[in-house]
Design a protein around this ligand. Structure first.
Ligand code: DMJ
Length: 596
């Protein structure tokens, strides 16, 4: 190749030698890089930065699992003023009645305009820089204040997909992008909508809350004709409607539905003992199941039924659950324990299987919560709770060789060294009850609550996905791990996170937020799919298989407890509210209007 020499220009160009030219170019390019790079380090407010960098350049490219849709969504979003991320806790809780007032007075006070929503309706995105910092180094950063906004973004993702693909159905199937009805609710529909009402409201998602409320008003049809679980309809539908009513004061629409449904459940109690059957036919106004009733089912009606009586001034609901209480308080209990099955005909225990997990769990929860919800006046509930807890400690609480405290199951005197995910709620339960037993045992109960919560956290950390299995064992060399294939699934359950939330409120030990954040990362990584969140089939698998179900309790409980874990304590303070077993907050009754 021949280089033609240009006139007046030396071979090395501009009169410089080749080596000088190279050094000069190197200097020039370094200077340009430095100037442009400096733009990234300037504060957002500097004008130069705003001129050179468009807004989308400062937004996140991916969040969590980083699906493409997600990235596109974020690029579309507008910037939210910094102020909204500080003290993000909504102030809904301030509508709770004053300590001295009677409930009906409060209701009168709430008629008319509902209290205004606390958070502007748009903050569905975290500020990128803080979020990135937090996401990569959650423990070091301690910028927990942005976390509730992250939960809000998860809620929005779960809700939007439900709305898009399964509106009006009970749950979303996020892989096949359709709805699921199932047979738990006897033909009732919209379980996700009812379960989400209060979460949407608490998170300040006004538009979404209004859509949900509108659906309740226009489309919630209670005239269904199928067989429903009394327990599930009570905790999700009655609990969800009551809670939304108490938070918003929107009396007419929500309360009417709750009352109507409450009435439909009453025939389940028409048994020789008054212990309700587990399944009720909503159409024929009668119970449908034969056989024994389950402790966790008939023992998990008290909170909602007491509120139904308070609101309607009709004692019948309270009478029904007090009758259950009476029978349980009198009946002979093996070693002070409550077996899981009871005959509604004879009023006798059917089997001697005792569990703090499935079949037993929320019965114990409702004892202590009944006491707390009665403004600590329901002495019988308190007494039953502490005697049950003593029996549980004496017979079921165990320490593993590795030093983990767990709750075993009891089968007629023989221990089964297994703890269910469901039993992990008990850390929080023992924690909230610690203050009300004998004062000398307060610290003991707080320690026990912390130990159980620690064990449940271990069941998460010992899996590949950092999510916990449905049941984990402490025998045959196992320590907080599932040994059976059939116990390895995770269906977006809340119990472990629920205990983190209560333990955080009680101790403010930062480890509970750190553990909560680990769960968020795991949920984002393994359960977030393109169109919602899904349960997974094996928490120990490195490549997960999804179960194609976004459970309604994920929106009602898991995301709400996470949101509360990272919010200030004055958002739904435990001194004013108790959460039903589906995480629907119900106010403490300061001064009952019922004279029973
Ligand atoms: C929820 O429906 C309730 O928390 C219930 O008490 C037990 N199981 C699910 C969530 O796991």
């Amino acid at each position: 190749m021949v280089f033609r020499k240009l006139p007046g220009v030396s071979a090395s160009g501009m009169g410089l030698r080749l080596s000088q030219k190279f050094v000069f170019l190197l200097f020039l390019s370094g200077l340009v890089t430095l100037c442009f790079g400096a733009l990234f380090f300037l504060p957002d407010s500097v004008r130069l930065k705003r001129i050179f960098l468009s807004k989308t350049d400062t937004q996140p490219v991916t969040v969590g699992s980083g699906s493409e849709n997600d990235a596109k969504e974020h690029l579309k979003r507008t910037e939210v003023p910094e102020a909204q991320f500080h003290g993000a806790a909504p102030t809904t809780c301030h509508v709770v009645q004053s300590k001295s007032s009677k409930l009906p007075r409060v209701l009168t006070q709430w008629t008319g305009e509902p209290p205004s929503l606390p958070v502007p309706s748009v903050p569905h995105v975290c500020p990128y820089n803080s979020f990135r910092l937090l996401y990569r180094h959650p423990i070091k950063a301690r910028d927990w204040y942005v976390c509730p906004l992250f939960m809000l973004q998860m809620m929005k993702f779960a809700w939007d997909n439900y709305k898009r693909y399964a509106w009006g159905k009970n749950e979303l199937r996020p892989l096949t992008r359709n709805g699921h009805i199932g047979n738990m609710f006897g033909g009732l529909k919209g379980a996700t909508i009812i379960d989400s009402l209060d979460t949407l409201y608490i998170m300040g998602m006004t538009e979404e809350y209004n859509d949900a409320k509108e659906w309740v008003q226009t489309s919630l049809d209670l005239n269904s004709n199928g067989e429903a679980s009394l327990f599930e309809v009570n905790i999700r539908y009655v609990g969800g409607l009551l809670s939304a009513y108490y938070l918003t004061g929107e009396e007419v629409r929500l309360i009417d539905k709750a009352m109507e449904l409450g009435e439909k459940l009453l025939p389940a109690f028409n048994t020789p003992t008054g212990i309700p059957r587990g399944v009720i036919n909503l159409g024929s106004w009668g119970w449908a199941s034969a056989g024994s009733s389950i402790l966790a089912e008939f023992g998990t009606l008290h909170l909602e039924f007491v509120h139904l009586s308070e609101l309607s001034s009709n004692a019948i609901y309270k009478e029904k659950v007090m009758n259950i209480r009476k029978l349980l308080s009198k009946i002979e209990k093996p070693h002070g324990l409550y077996p899981n099955f009871l005959s509604p005909v004879s009023g006798n225990w059917v089997q001697h299987h005792v569990s703090i997990g499935g079949l037993g769990d929320s019965f114990y929860e409702y004892l202590i919560k009944s006491y707390l919800m009665s403004d600590k006046t329901d002495e019988e509930a308190k007494k039953m709770y502490y005697s049950a807890l003593e029996a549980i400690e004496a017979n079921l609480v165990q320490k593993s060789p590795g030093g983990l405290t767990y709750m075993a199951e009891w089968r007629g005197g023989i221990l089964d060294h297994k703890m269910g995910h469901l039993a992990c709620f008990s850390g929080g339960m023992i924690g909230i009850g610690a203050d009300d037993g004998v004062p000398e045992k307060r610290q003991h109960y707080l320690d026990l609550a912390a130990e159980i919560t620690h064990t449940c956290h271990e069941s998460y950390t010992r899996s590949a996905t950092k999510l916990g299995p449905e049941a984990f064992r402490f025998d045959g060399g196992a320590e907080a791990t599932a040994t059976r294939l059939s116990d390895r699934y995770y269906i977006l359950r809340p119990e472990v996170i629920e205990s983190y939330m209560y333990m955080w409120r009680l101790t403010h030990d930062p480890k509970y937020r750190e553990w909560g954040w680990e769960a968020v990362e795991a949920l984002e990584q393994h359960c977030r799919v393109d169109s919602g969140f899904s349960g997974i089939r094996d928490v120990y698998a490195t490549t997960v298989g999804h179960d194609n179900m976004q459970q309604s309790f994920f929106l009602s409980e898991t995301l709400k407890y996470l949101y509360l874990l990272f919010s200030d304590d004055d958002l739904l303070p435990l001194e004013d509210w108790v959460f039903n077993t589906e995480a629907h907050p119900l106010p403490i009754i300061r001064d009952s209007c019922l004279f029973l």
